[in-house]
Design a protein around this ligand. Structure first.
Ligand code: RNT
Ligand code: ZN
Length: 414
């Protein structure tokens, strides 16, 4: 009997159908972020990443243009099982040699991305880019005191919604359009409310036009602090929670944007009774950084468990947000995305019926014991079976492929 068959029997013994879990896993999309491929630089000729986020490291082989980025992500996709979406930022436009400013972008600048996505069989998600720009240089965009600067960014936001709706219509899948702005102060502000009132007004103007939710869904992402905005971030969690609830937009939770002792997993069930949808930025906070490569760790597993238990996959979208410039970037994509998929699988393999029954019958030691014993069930054999069915490498075999791509392609980028 093969390893998977043995695993299947072991899981069946605790009431878990591994084939069902694998079928479900194959249906759950993970939105892979474009910005891991080039250290969040974009294709506008920027030489510096700003906005209080930082990709540290200088591992050779960064993608420098649309062509290289696509080749790299195609390589990564070939090593990642399961269903993928691809998540673009506005600054990754394909302007064909005629640069346009952020307040002038149009659907045509993403036409080649749509075509590429069709070829890959993936849907696209989108993000306006409110950083790495002269008009965000002093740390404020939509909440800037200067009306001219605010208007510039409002126009960017509006155009991004038009682009996202176009993408969603073309590809037949609602394009998640995630709004994150860096606005905040390094040190104690004289007036915390003023910027927040400005931001409410700016967002209301951006979202004023009603767009078909079948084409695009607007989401807003909070943050606790950034580099250079340590004391005050205009778009804090409470701010966007209240905004999302009152305006009926999607709330984004980035796993790296909360106090280290807060659990994002725990927030999911507290929010689901109130918000129509959640968007997750799966990430890994370490010290000051909110964007280390995602691992198959306790927090990521807890997040997926909290979606799996109420079977809320249709209300919680999973997107990735990490960037590491110190290691091979394709490996970073592959490790982080496979880890996310593994965490989803682990959640789907939980002996849910047995644990629930124990709880309902007051057998609380059994509840704890069942969960504890389930940790050592042979998930690896089920994961390998998933990779096999998706025609992607099992175990660590993807590493050889990354190494050969590095030799053949990345090493020549100097
Ligand atoms: C920044 C936010 C945001 C960005 C991307 C590039 O802290 O997490 O999501 O990482 O938009
Ligand atoms: Zn994020």
């Amino acid at each position: 009997m093969g390893l998977y068959e043995t695993a299947r029997e072991q899981y069946a013994a605790v009431g878990v159908d591994t084939n069902r879990a694998l079928a479900l896993l194959a249906e759950i999309p993970v939105s892979v972020h474009c910005w891991q491929g080039d250290d969040v630089m974009g294709f506008e000729g920027a030489t510096q990443l700003t906005g209080g986020i930082l990709a540290t490291g200088n591992y050779p082989g960064r993608a420098r243009n649309v062509k290289e980025l696509r080749a790299d992500v195609e390589t990564a996709f070939g090593l990642i099982p399961g269903r993928k979406r691809f998540n673009l930022h506005a600054m990754y436009l394909d302007h064909g040699g005629a640069p346009v400013d952020r307040d002038a972008i149009e659907p045509q600048h993403f036409a080649s991305w749509i075509e590429w996505a069709r070829g890959q069989g993936v849907a696209l998600d989108f993000n306006p880019t409110f950083f790495s720009h002269a008009k965000s240089a002093d740390g404020f965009t939509l909440a800037h005191r200067d009306a001219g600067i605010r208007d510039f960014w409002i126009e960017h936001g509006r155009r991004c919604r038009t682009v996202a709706a176009h993408i969603g219509r073309e590809l037949g899948s609602a394009c998640r359009d995630n709004f994150w702005i860096p606005d905040g102060w390094k040190d104690h502000p004289a007036d915390r409310l003023e910027h927040r009132a400005l931001l409410v007004d700016a967002l209301d103007r951006i979202f004023a036009e009603k767009l078909d939710p079948a084409h695009t869904l607007d989401a807003v992402e909070s943050k606790l602090f950034g580099i250079g905005s340590e004391t005050y971030v205009v778009g804090s969690h409470e701010f966007y929670l209240a905004y999302a609830l009152s305006r009926n937009v999607v709330l984004t939770l980035d796993a790296g944007h909360f106090h280290p002792t807060e659990s994002v997993a725990e927030k999911i069930s507290a929010l689901l009774p109130f918000v129509p949808r959640l968007l997750l930025h799966v990430s890994r906070p370490v010290r000051w950084d909110s964007d280390h490569v995602v691992l198959f760790d306790d927090e990521t597993r807890a997040i997926m468990r909290e979606i799996a238990r109420p079977n809320a996959w249709d209300r919680v979208d999973i997107a990735l947000d990490f960037f590491d410039a110190s290691i091979n970037r394709i490996a970073a994509w592959v490790i982080g995305t496979r880890a996310t998929m593994k965490a989803i699988l682990a959640a789907l393999l939980e002996p849910r019926e047995q644990v629930l029954a124990a709880e309902r019958e007051g057998r609380l030691a059994d509840r704890l014991g069942l969960l504890e014993e389930a940790k050592l069930l042979p998930i690896g054999a089920v994961w390998d079976e998933f990779c096999r069915r998706s025609e992607t490498p099992t175990g660590g075999d993807w590493m050889r492929e990354v190494a050969s791509y590095e030799r053949a392609v990345l090493a020549k980028r100097t």
